[in-house]
Design a binder for this molecule. Structure first.
Ligand SMILES: Cc1cc2nc3c(=O)[nH]c(=O)nc-3n(C[C@H](O)[C@H](O)[C@H](O)COP(=O)(O)OP(=O)(O)OC[C@H]3O[C@@H](n4cnc5c(N)ncnc54)[C@H](O)[C@@H]3O)c2cc1C
Length: 205
């Protein structure tokens, strides 16, 4: 819903975060003020994968128009959303998502800037309701071709594969390989460029 998208919807990439990229404090403050940050709001209003409606029946109908190959059953969606909403009022909830939300808000900066205050999704004051069609893509690899420090590809027996270099994602330098399982945002390109430089220098030599 609107309250959630304002705090919790993040866009990846420097061009989608002009406040950070441009070191613009005024824009940065948008993250704590009410209303979604500019680029998020633009996606919400104009993104072809976004459905924004005032009530759940219309939202599900809109989602089904967007993805008719996998239609959702309104009654099922409604019962799931209502069950989740009931847990918001339950102080002793066992709902893991609601519990995780409350735990995350124990950290002040996240409470202020990143996690919406727990509320019922069907509360009209939190609307409109928003759905986003997901597309799967590979964002980082966790492995790849094994190389030596000159980015030369190694065979499985450890010997050098003559004349073959690998750099970037294909060599596991896109983040997952060098930075580990939960590699941080923005750390991929550095490894790609670094391993590309090593490959270029070795090839020139
Ligand atoms: C949505 C998204 C957001 C990202 N955001 C960031 C970010 O903010 N900061 C950051 O550091 N990293 C980010 N990354 C990761 C970063 O973009 C990649 O790690 C990096 O671009 C990989 O570079 P590369 O040159 O190794 O591979 P690629 O950029 O994937 O290049 C491989 C190239 O090989 C071509 N190719 C494939 N097969 C063949 C073939 N048979 N013949 C000829 N050409 C072929 C492909 O078309 C492609 O152009 C993001 C990735 C994604 C998907």
């Amino acid at each position: 819903d609107q309250k959630i998208i304002e705090k919790e919807f993040g866009l990846s990439g420097s061009e989608q975060n002009p406040d950070l990229t441009g070191r613009n404090i005024k824009l940065l403050l948008q993250r704590v003020r009410s209303g979604a940050p500019g680029p998020v709001e633009a996606f919400k209003q104009r993104g072809v994968d976004f459905v924004v409606r005032d009530n759940l029946a219309d939202l599900v109908a809109g989602m089904n128009e967007l993805a008719p190959e996998a239609p959702l059953d309104y009654a099922t969606v409604r019962s799931v959303v209502e069950a989740r909403d009931r847990e918001i009022a339950n102080k002793y909830t066992k709902d893991l998502q609601v519990a995780a939300m409350r735990a995350a808000r124990a950290y002040l900066p996240d409470k202020i800037a990143r996690i919406a205050a727990p509320h019922r999704i069907l509360d009209p004051k939190a609307g409109p309701l928003i759905a986003v069609k997901l597309h799967l893509l590979t964002r980082k690899t966790l492995g790849g071709l094994e190389t030596d420090l000159s980015s030369r590809v190694l065979r499985s027996d450890g010997s050098v594969f003559d004349g073959l270099f690998a750099a970037g994602e294909v060599a596991g330098f896109g983040g997952g390989g060098v930075h580990g399982y939960r590699s941080l945002e923005g750390t991929f390109l550095g490894g790609c460029i670094f391993s590309g430089r090593a490959a270029g220098r070795a090839a020139a030599r």
